[in-house]
Design a protein around this ligand. Structure first.
Ligand SMILES: Nc1ncnc2c1ncn2[C@@H]1O[C@H](COP(=O)(O)OP(=O)(O)OP(=O)(O)O)[C@@H](O)[C@H]1O
Length: 870
C-alpha cells in the first residue's frame, strides 16, 4: 500500500471556543455561536471567504467564550481539534446567532496565544498524523495486540446486530475500510458517552492510550445492548429489526444534532420505506431509481440537507399510485339520471358527456378526446366536471390554473433546487391516490407566461393522449403514465388559449342561461342547497318564483347563476336570524296551536303577507330605534311561528337593499342619437348603449369608451357610409347641409367606459345611432342589434349570437336585428326566448335602418328633384 506524505494543518489557527460538546477527529458536530469573539470569528473567517472549506478552525472544548469581548479570555483547554466548517446557518433576530456544522480533522495543542481580539489566534502544534491513505499494515505492527483487541470489540458490537439489515452490513464494511487509528475517535463520538469521557479521549494523544481508554467504553455499550436484548421479548421479526437498528444508526448519528428518540423513529421509517419500495408495484425504471436513492440515503448523515430531500422524494415515489386505479361505473342510464339530477338545462353539454361515456363503455381504453367546457362564469362548468367523476365512480381533483405562470407548476422543479416540489399533476395524483382520476383543469384560458417558462407548453405534453403515457415530471425524473387520467378543461373564452393547446381539446360551448332556466335552477338546486347550508327548512322560508325573477332581473346581471346563488344566501342568512331569534317562543306556541295549524291553510297567503310586512317593518324599526328586544317580542306576538317567512318584493328590498338594475332602456332612448347594440364578453352577452352627439366644429370624430382599433375603424366606416348616403336618406347636419361633417364635430361614446371594447360587431349599431342623430328620429326602444358593416353597406355575420340574444331577452327587449348569414345560429337559442323575441335578419344597412325606426327609414323623394332618365 502506498503511503503519502502527511497533511499539515496551518501553524496558526483562529480559535473557536466551545463548552457544550466535544468535537473528536473524524466526527461531526453542530455548535451554536452567539458570543462576541466566536461571532467575530464566523463573520471574518467563514462568511467573508469564498469557500468554507478553505478555513481551518481550532476548536477548543470545555472553554466558554465570554459574552462580551471586553472580558478577558478564560484559561483555554490545552488540546483542541482542527476542524472544517461544513455549513453555516444564521439569523440576526432576536439577536445575532449562527449555527455551525463542523467536522474534526486532527488534534493540536496550543503553543502560544498570539492575539485575543477580535477573536483568539494561536500558534499550534499538530498532534495527529493526517494521511490521505492509511498505512494499515504499519499501524497493525505498532499496536499489535491492543489494536486487535479493540477491533474485536468493535466487531462484536456490530455482530450483535441483525446482519440482514443493510445498515448493519454497512457498519461492518466501514469497520474494515476505515483506518484503525481513526476508529477510537469515531466510535467514541457515536456510542453513548459523556462529555467528560470524550474530553479524556481527546486528551489521549498517544494512540495506545486512546485504544486503552476506548475499549472499556465499547465493552460498556456491548453489555448495555445485551441487557436490552434480554429485556425485550424477541416476539416478531419486526421487533428484532427495531432493536437491531438502534445501535446501527448511530454510525450516521451526529452528536448534538437530534434527540435520540427522533433518531430511532427516523431509522425505523427508513426500514419501512425500503420495505415499501420492495413491495410497491412501480415500473422497473422507477424501482431502480428508488433502490439507488435508498442506498444513498442510508450512507448519508441525517444532518445533510440532502437527506431530507432524498427521503421526501422516496416517500413520494412509494405513495404515488403507479398501478392503483378505481373501476369505472359505466352505466349510461344511471349517468343520465345523475347528470339530470345535478344540473338543470345544459342539454348540449350533457349530451356530449353522455356520448363520451357511452364510447368509453364500448371501448375501455379510449384515448382522448380532452373535453374543454367554454362559457361565462357560473354556468356550471366546474360542477359538471365533478358530476362526470361522480357518474364514472372516479376520484375528482381540480387544478386551478388561473394565474399560473411558471412551467414548474405543471412539471415540477428539478431536485437540485432548494425547496423543489413536484408539479400539480403529480401532486394531484398523490392526493387522490389512484392513477385514473378525473382532473379538472380549471381556467386554462388564464394561464400566464413569464421568465420561468410557459406553463401552456408544459400542458401540451400532459394533454396529448399520444405522449402522456410517458409524462416526466422534473422532480420525479422518471416517467409516469397519465393515459388513464380523464382530463376536462374549463375556460371562459377560447381567445386566450394558445392555438396548440386548443387544438388538443374538443371545445364544448356552455352558453348563459335564460331567465326561465335560472328560475328553475334556483328552485331545483340553489334554494335547497342554501337552505341546507343555513340550517333552514322549507317550512321556515318561502321564496316564490316572482321573487326569484325579481332577484334575477333587478339584483343580478349575469350569464351564470353565481350572483343569484349569493343573493339567495343573503336572504337565507337574514331569515336564519329571524328564526333563531324566535325559536324559544316558537316551542311554546307549537304546543297550543297545533289544532289551529291544520285549519290555517286557507288563510296562509293572507297571513304570509302580514308576516312579510311585519318582517319588513321590524327591520326598519331596528334601524330606527335600536331596540331589538321589543321588536322581536312584537314579531313573535304577531306571527304564528309555523308559517314560513314569505320573501316578497318588500322583504327583498329590506334584505338586499334597493334594486341594482332597473329597466333603463326606454329612459335612455328618449332622445335621438342613442341605439342599443349587443356585445359578447367572456362573461356572457351584454346590451350596450351607443350614444352620439354633434356640435359645431371642424369635422372631427371623437370616440370614447376604451375602444380597440377594429371598433374605431367601424365608426369611421359608419360615418363614411352615412356621408355617402346622406342625400338618399335626407340626413343633414345642424346647418342643413348634406355634408354631415361640414362645420360639425361628432362625438361617439360607448358607455361602461372602464371596460375595453373591440370587434367589428358594433358596426350596425353605430350606423343606426348616427342615422338617428342626423335624422332627428328616435330609434325604437325595444330593438337591439349586432352586425359588421362594409363600406358599401352590406351586413356581415358576427359571433356569439346565442349569448347576445339571451342578453337582449334578459334586458326585456322585443326585437333583435342580426346579420342574415347568422340566421342558422338562432337554432341554438332556447325555444321560449325565440318565442318572446322577434328577429330581423338583415343583409344590408337599408334593412337594418328600416327595422330600427318605427315606420321604417325609407328614402323620401325630395320635392322638385328630377329623376334623371338616360
Ligand atoms: N345548470 C345548473 N344546475 C344546477 N346548478 C348549477 C347549474 N349551473 C350552475 N350551477 C351552480 O352554480 C354554481 C357555480 O357553478 P360553477 O362553479 O360550476 O361555475 P363555472 O362555470 O365553473 O364558473 P367559473 O368559470 O367561474 O369557474 C355551482 O354551485 C353550481 O352547482
Amino acid at each position: 500500500m502506498s503511503s503519502v506524505s502527511p497533511i499539515q494543518i496551518p501553524s496558526r489557527l483562529p480559535l473557536l471556543l466551545t463548552h457544550e460538546g466535544v468535537l473528536l477527529p473524524g466526527s461531526t458536530m453542530r455548535t451554536s455561536v452567539d458570543s462576541a469573539r466566536n461571532l467575530q470569528l464566523v463573520r471574518s473567517r467563514l462568511l467573508k471567504g469564498t469557500s468554507l472549506q478553505s478555513t481551518i478552525l481550532g476548536v477548543i472544548p470545555n472553554t466558554p467564550d465570554p459574552a462580551s469581548d471586553a472580558q478577558d479570555l478564560p484559561p483555554l483547554h490545552r488540546i483542541g481539534t482542527a476542524a472544517l466548517a461544513v455549513q453555516v446557518v444564521g439569523s440576526n433576530w432576536p439577536k445575532p446567532h449562527y449555527t455551525l456544522l463542523i467536522t474534526g480533522l486532527c488534534r493540536f495543542q496550543i503553543v502560544q496565544v498570539l492575539k485575543e481580539k477580535p477573536y483568539p489566534i494561536a500558534e499550534v502544534e499538530q498532534l495527529d498524523r493526517l494521511e490521505e491513505f492509511p498505512n494499515t499494515c504499519k499501524m497493525r505492527e505498532e499496536l499489535g495486540e491492543l489494536s486487535e483487541q479493540f477491533y474485536k470489540y468493535a466487531v462484536q458490537l456490530v455482530e450483535m446486530l441483525d446482519m440482514s439489515v443493510p445498515a448493519v452490513a454497512k457498519l461492518r464494511r466501514l469497520l474494515d475500510s476505515l483506518p484503525r487509528e481513526a476508529l477510537p475517535d469515531i466510535l467514541t463520538s457515536i456510542i453513548r458517552t459523556s462529555n467528560k469521557e470524550k474530553l479524556q479521549i481527546l486528551d489521549a494523544v498517544s494512540l495506545e492510550e486512546r485504544f486503552k481508554m476506548t475499549i472499556p467504553l465499547l465493552v460498556r455499550q456491548i453489555e448495555g445492548l445485551k441487557l436490552l436484548q434480554k429485556t425485550r421479548k424477541p416476539k416478531q421479526d419486526d421487533d428484532k429489526r427495531v432493536i437491531a437498528i438502534r445501535p446501527i444508526r448511530r454510525i450516521t448519528h451526529i452528536p448534538g444534532t437530534l434527540e435520540d428518540e427522533d433518531d430511532d423513529e427516523d431509522n425505523d421509517d427508513i426500514v419501512m420505506l425500503e420495505k415499501k419500495i420492495r413491495t410497491s408495484s412501480m415500473p422497473e425504471q422507477a424501482h431502480k431509481v428508488c433502490v439507488k436513492e435508498i442506498k444513498r440515503l442510508k450512507k448519508m448523515p441525517q444532518s445533510m440537507p440532502e437527506y431530507a430531500l432524498t427521503r421526501n422524494y422516496l416517500e413520494l415515489m412509494v405513495e404515488l399510485p403507479w398501478n392503483k386505479s378505481t373501476t369505472d361505473r359505466l352505466d349510461i342510464r344511471a349517468a343520465r339520471i345523475l347528470l339530470d339530477n345535478d344540473h338543470y338545462a345544459m342539454e348540449k353539454l350533457k349530451k356530449r358527456v353522455l356520448e363520451y361515456l357511452a364510447v368509453r363503455q364500448l371501448k375501455n381504453n379510449l384515448k382522448g378526446p380532452i373535453l374543454c367546457f367554454v362559457g361565462p362564469p357560473g354556468v356550471g362548468k366546474t360542477s359538471v366536471g365533478r358530476s362526470v367523476a361522480k357518474t364514472l365512480g372516479r376520484e375528482f381533483h381540480r387544478i386551478a390554473l388561473g394565474g399560473v405562470c411558471d412551467q414548474s407548476d405543471i412539471r415540477g422543479h428539478r431536485r437540485t433546487y432548494v425547496g423543489s416540489m413536484p408539479g400539480r399533476i403529480i401532486n394531484g395524483l398523490k392526493t387522490v391516490g389512484v392513477n385514473n382520476p378525473v382532473f379538472l383543469l380549471d381556467e386554462v384560458d388564464k394561464l400566464g407566461k413569464s421568465l420561468q417558462g410557459d406553463p401552456a407548453a408544459a400542458l401540451l405534453e400532459v394533454l396529448d393522449p399520444e405522449q402522456n403515457h410517458n409524462f416526466t415530471d422534473h422532480y420525479l425524473n422518471v416517467a409516469f403514465d397519465l393515459s388513464q387520467v380523464l382530463f376536462i378543461a374549463t375556460a371562459n373564452t377560447t381567445a386566450t388559449i394558445p392555438a396548440a393547446l386548443l387544438d388538443r381539446m374538443e371545445i364544448i360551448q356552455v352558453p348563459g342561461y335564460t331567465q326561465e332556466e335560472k328560475i328553475e335552477i334556483a328552485h331545483r338546486h340553489l334554494i335547497p342547497k342554501q337552505l341546507e347550508q343555513h340550517g333552514l327548512t322549507p317550512q321556515q322560508i318561502q321564496i316564490p318564483q316572482v321573487t326569484t325573477l325579481d332577484i334575477i332581473t333587478r339584483y343580478t346581471r349575469e350569464a351564470g347563476v353565481r350572483s343569484l346563488d349569493r343573493k339567495l344566501g343573503a336572504i337565507c342568512r337574514a331569515v336564519a336570524v329571524k328564526v333563531a331569534e324566535g325559536q324559544p317562543k316558537e316551542a311554546k306556541l307549537e304546543r297550543s296551536d297545533v289544532a289551529e295549524r291544520e285549519d290555517t291553510k286557507g288563510i296562509v297567503q293572507f297571513v304570509n303577507c302580514v308576516r312579510s310586512m311585519v318582517f319588513h317593518v321590524c327591520r326598519e324599526h331596528i334601524l330606527e330605534d335600536e331596540k331589538p328586544e321589543s321588536i322581536s317580542d312584537t314579531a313573535e306576538l304577531a306571527l304564528p311561528p309555523e308559517m314560513p317567512i314569505l320573501i316578497d318584493f318588500h322583504a327583498l328590498k329590506d334584505i338586499l337593499g334597493p334594486p341594482m338594475y332597473e329597466m333603463e332602456v326606454s329612459q335612455r332612448l328618449s332622445q335621438p342619437g342613442v341605439a342599443i347594440g349587443l356585445a359578447w364578453t367572456p362573461l356572457g352577452g351584454e346590451i350596450m348603449f351607443v350614444e352620439a352627439s354633434r356640435m359645431d366644429g371642424e369635422g372631427q370624430l371623437t370616440l370614447t369608451g376604451q375602444l380597440g382599433d377594429v371598433m374605431k375603424e367601424s365608426a369611421h366606416l359608419a360615418i363614411s357610409w352615412l356621408r355617402s348616403n346622406a342625400k338618399k336618406y335626407q340626413l343633414t347636419n345642424a346647418f342643413g347641409s348634406f355634408d354631415l361633417l361640414d362645420n360639425t364635430d361628432i362625438h361617439l361614446h360607448f358607455p361602461a367606459g372602464a371596460v375595453t371594447k373591440d370587434g367589428p360587431s358594433a358596426g350596425v349599431t353605430i350606423v343606426t345611432c348616427l342615422a338617428s342623430l342626423f335624422s332627428g328620429r328616435l330609434v325604437r326602444s325595444d330593438v337591439a342589434m349586432t352586425g359588421e358593416i362594409t363600406l358599401r353597406g352590406l351586413v356581415l355575420p358576427v359571433g356569439g349570437i346565442k349569448d347576445k340574444v339571451l342578453a337582449a331577452h334578459r334586458a326585456g327587449l322585443k326585437q333583435v336585428i342580426i346579420p342574415r348569414r347568422n340566421e342558422k345560429d338562432l337554432e341554438g337559442v332556447p325555444g321560449n326566448v325565440r318565442q318572446d323575441l322577434s328577429f330581423v335578419t338583415a343583409s344590408c344597412l337599408d334593412e337594418v335602418l328600416n327595422a330600427a325606426f318605427d315606420g321604417g327609414f325609407t328614402v323620401k323623394p325630395r320635392p322638385g328633384l328630377l329623376n334623371s332618365k338616360l
